[in-house]
Design a protein around this ligand. Structure first.
Ligand code: ASP
Length: 449
């Protein structure tokens, strides 16, 4: 059986829901459907989750709710009207939201989470009603009823392991199950949401729990592209990726899906299939534990800004026992987590996320590194972009690095740092943030055109 998840843009209107119904009808294995809240119908539109945050915040502050309430209800009403559903469901949604306004304001994070979660919860009820009306037997299931339990971390809940075995019996379903994404319940019965975009997490958890043969994630693009389509014109789609490649790509800014969200499916070895609701015939992208390595070395290029580097130089560093430990101890003391640490004989560079290091923090850190390590020099560089080329095939192929370096040289891009991960699945280049886009274009040209 397949677990199939639809994102907000796939559920934003009656027209979209008709496509969703057809997709479910097309394959009888599609038995467990995880849904988001209605998303944007156009780029100017608002997501229902954002409207609910406004409503919940207004309720928390004791403001008049009429306008914010109507904004939420009108989204569901429009969908219900487009699908000729019984409008009594809108009254039920209103009653549900009014119930949350009477929640406990002394725990504002939980109070708000109940509003946020209602976006998917009410949408799941509405979609189940629609499927039944169209003759596809469907049943809404609430995460509490199914035993999807999470930690006490509103807005950033983590799954409790026992949930997986609780969910397993859902496999036996005759009807199509409509399951709301994005939240679970704490052991004391409180609603708690995952991080934003968390319906992907629910889908992966269910796929793991019921041991699905595939987790289909329907979104609004034909595939995961080899490079960011806002940087490169019409990049090609990726047919197959390994979990590892996906992890490396999403680390460096790939935005279709976050690998952490998919981890519960990866852990169980379940293939993840990315598909387009608006073009379900397109083959999409499969993310697998292993794939046949074609001739191609690089499968994707990703990039991300917002990094800084700290370069530490000390003569005979290679002979000084404990030097690395002392560097890391200082970082730990300053509450800094580092991303990478390429090193040479007498020097090493620490790459950090820029936003961790205030001007003041930078001063303290530099002083400590210089004085406590007796370093010859310590230099910070801000505004660094990391560009990553990823592909399992690189391990065997000769010349990948020279191709990349030539592409940079021809485009006058200065490589500030190179790091090949120990796994040889990726090579990372540090360049100045101003040259990020140029660097991605140059690599795309070298590897894919
Ligand atoms: N509706 C939630 C959000 O906008 C979760 C999701 O769509 O995955 O973040």
């Amino acid at each position: 059986m397949n677990v199939i998840k639809f994102g907000g843009s796939s559920l934003a209107s009656g027209e979209q829901l008709k496509k969703v119904l057809q997709i479910i009808k097309d394959d009888p294995n599609r038995k467990i459907v995880v849904v988001s809240a209605p998303g944007k119908r156009s780029s100017e539109d608002e997501k229902v989750t954002d409207l609910l945050i406004n409503l919940g915040t207004a309720a928390l502050e004791g403001q008049d709710l009429q306008r914010d309430m109507e904004k939420v209800l009108s989204r569901y009403r429009t969908i219900a009207e487009e699908l000729n559903l019984d409008l009594a469901i809108i009254d039920e949604i209103k009653a549900n939201l009014l119930m949350f306004t009477a929640g406990n304001k002394k725990t504002p994070d939980y109070y708000l989470d109940a509003f946020k979660a209602s976006g998917e919860d009410n949408n799941a009820k509405l979609i189940a009603a629609y499927f039944n009306k169209e003759g596809v037997p469907a049943r809404y299931i609430n995460p509490k009823e199914a035993g999807l339990f999470v930690t006490n971390e509103p807005g950033n809940a983590q799954i409790l392991t026992e949930s997986y075995s609780n969910l397993y019996p859902l496999r036996e379903t005759e009807e199509v199950i409509i399951f709301p994404g994005f939240f679970g319940y704490t052991k004391t019965g409180k609603i708690c949401t995952f991080s934003r975009g968390g319906s992907d997490i629910t889908g992966a958890i269910l796929a793991n729990g019921v041991q699905a043969s595939v987790y289909e994630n329907f979104t609004d693009v034909d595939a995961i592209y080899v490079a960011n389509p806002t940087v490169v014109m019409n990049p090609c789609g990726i047919k197959e990726l390994t979990y590892r490649e996906m992890r490396e790509l999403s680390y460096a800014g790939f935005s279709v899906l976050h690998d952490e969200a998919l981890y519960p499916a990866f852990k169980q070895g379940i293939p993840v299939q990315i598909k387009n609701t608006n073009n379900p015939k397109a083959p999409g992208t499969s993310i697998l534990k292993k794939r046949q390595l074609a001739d191609q070395d690089v499968v994707g290029i990703a990039s991300s800004t917002g990094f800084c580097s700290i370069y530490i130089e000390k003569y005979l560093m290679n002979r000084e026992i404990g030097f690395g430990r002392r560097v890391l101890e200082i970082l730990e003391d300053q509450k800094l987590s580092y991303e990478h640490m390429p090193s040479g004989i007498d020097d090493l560079t620490i790459i950090l996320r820029d936003n961790q290091l205030s001007k003041e923090g930078e001063k303290v850190l530099l002083n400590r590194l210089k004085n406590e390590l007796c370093a010859d020099s310590v230099v910070v560089e801000r505004d660094l972009a990391l560009i990553m080329i990823v592909g399992e095939g690189m391990r065997r192929k000769i010349g990948t690095m020279s191709k990349a370096a030539t592409a940079f040289a021809e485009n006058h891009i200065n490589i500030e740092m190179i790091n090949q991960g120990a796994s040889e699945v990726s090579v990372m280049f540090g360049v100045s943030a101003a040259q990020e886009q140029l660097a991605v274009k140059a690599l795309y040209h070298a590897f894919f055109e």
